[in-house]
Design a protein around this ligand. Sequence first.
Ligand SMILES: [Zn+2]
Length: 134
Amino acid sequence: MICKMTYNPEYRKNQYLKHIEYYKTYYEDNRDNILEKSKEYRKENREKIAEQRKKYREENLDKIKEKSKAEYLRNIETYKKYYEDNREKIKEQQNEKVSCECGCILSRNHLSRHRKTDKHKKKMQEKCSIENKK
Ligand SMILES: [Zn+2]
């Protein structure tokens, strides 16, 4: 008898509507409570997610480090070989005179070192202030 009732579509529909009605009422009555709870839940979850992300990054960092180390070593070999094959050419290139953005003219292999010097920084500052005055 119960089985028959359970499988009666009309009965199930009614149960379903009752269910929905019940939840609707429950929600209306407890709206603030529910919102507060879900807010709390999200807050707790946010910390949890942040922690998981942090953990993931930390775990991944090792992988990335290993990968980039292997990449670095491989690149060094390639670079070494390239250097051996093109020693003269590279020397020429590095001795080639280039002009720095500060106005200095110097050989290419001194460029990166020169950019860290006070002379370069001072000149760039002067250049900037002149350009700002324009
Ligand atoms: Zn410079």
